[in-house]
Design a protein around this ligand. Structure first.
Ligand SMILES: Nc1ncnc2c1ncn2[C@@H]1O[C@H](COP(=O)(O)OP(=O)(O)OP(=O)(O)O)[C@@H](O)[C@H]1O
Length: 338
């Protein structure tokens, strides 16, 4: 990667108040920061906007009051490796529905930070939460499913070598001010043949409630494990429920199993009443709701959750199905930002 980056130092001397960027810039505009830059751009890590198993995410302010997010991995070689792996993948990805890398800090040992575009509406899991101020309209829920499928189609089918995300879940789907989404967190991703490595030689990936049972048994990461995670996300979008219920610890795939079974048997002939019982009750007054579209979304989820994994659709098949069967998606053109 070092050949990818050309170090061009620049100095922002227009005002003393602006943080001085003393790092390096690549030909493609990815900035290489110093640790001092990370401290000053985050105002000494004053605003935590998210945290995960591997990192803490802080709000950063760039020149011109532009906001960004610094994803900081500190403290161990293991976390550093996760950072490096995500950095190397993000450097190769450019898609309207994948979070954009703006820059990074790398001490080459145990600390790394990724500067990412800032998504002001947080993650999908929070947005679907019953404590969220805003109820996510049906039209946006179908658009999010469509956009995530487009992002997955890009990494699975349009990249060389192809990429398995490895941790598709609603907290890894970020929302912009218009509720368009971007897939994030490539720390678990596997590139090309590395996705076939057995669990004895590598750490297991995935999150409770989203993990493909076939992956749990075999340890073989594949595109089809991403499709399984996507199926769970679609169930969350339809029901407004969490992948694992905070109260009872129940998995959504288990509570949805009888309905999924009926959908597989009956398809669009499934009784409307059963579909409505599963539907997020907060959507009952939503004028954009269309019960046929709900059936399509449930059909997609059912196919993505099938076993064996070979029966699951590819991301591009999902994209095609959604665009054909959900007329409200026609206002979004494939592959372009909405
Ligand atoms: N670019 C961003 N803009 C706004 N919020 C963000 C951004 N990146 C991350 N976040 C917030 O931080 C949370 C954690 O981010 P992320 O999943 O990348 O961290 P992680 O350490 O890899 O977590 P995990 O435990 O899922 O692997 C996200 O769910 C989101 O709420």
């Amino acid at each position: 990667m070092s050949c990818f980056l050309t170090c061009v130092r620049f100095d922002d001397s227009t005002t003393d108040k602006k943080p001085k960027i003393t790092g390096s810039v690549s030909v493609s505009g990815i900035t290489c920061y110093t640790w001092g830059d990370v401290e000053s751009l985050t105002s000494n890590f004053s605003r935590l906007i998210g945290s995960g198993g591997y990192s803490s995410i802080y709000l950063a302010r760039l020149s011109g009051a532009k906001k960004a997010a610094f994803k900081v991995h500190v403290g161990s070689h293991r976390l550093y490796q996760v950072f490096r792996s995500e950095l190397e993948i993000l450097l190769r990805l450019q898609h309207p529905h994948i979070v954009k890398l703006l820059g990074y800090f790398d001490d080459s040992e145990e600390t790394g930070a990724l500067l990412l575009e800032y998504l002001p509406q947080g993650n999908l899991q929070e947005k679907l939460n019953h404590n969220s101020k805003q109820v996510l309209p049906w039209r946006n829920r179908t658009a999010i499913a469509f956009q995530v499928a487009q992002a997955m189609e890009h990494i699975h089918e349009k990249c060389s070598p192809q990429i398995v995300h490895g941790d598709i879940k609603s907290s890894n789907i970020l929302l912009d001010k218009n509720l368009n989404c971007k897939l994030c967190d490539f720390g678990s991703a596997r590139v090309g043949f590395s996705s076939m490595v057995q669990p004895s030689t590598t750490m297991m990936i995935g999150s409770p409630g989203y993990t493909d049972p076939h992956y749990l048994r075999t340890g073989i990461a594949s595109k089809k494990m991403d499709m399984y995670g996507f199926g769970v996300v679609v169930l969350e979008l339809v029901s407004g429920k969490e992948a694992v219920s905070a109260e009872k610890g129940e998995m959504l795939v288990h509570t949805a199993a009888p309905l999924i079974h009926d959908i597989c048997d009956l398809g669009a002939n499934i009784a409307e009443e059963k579909v409505r019982q599963f539907l997020d009750p907060r959507l009952s007054k939503d004028s954009s709701l269309d019960i046929e579209e709900v059936k399509t979304m449930l059909g997609v989820a059912a196919f993505c959750l099938r076993s064996p994994p070979s029966l699951r659709p590819s991301a591009s098949q999902v994209v095609q199905t959604l665009v054909q069967k959900i007329p409200s998606l026609s206002f979004l053109s494939c592959g372009k930002e909405a």
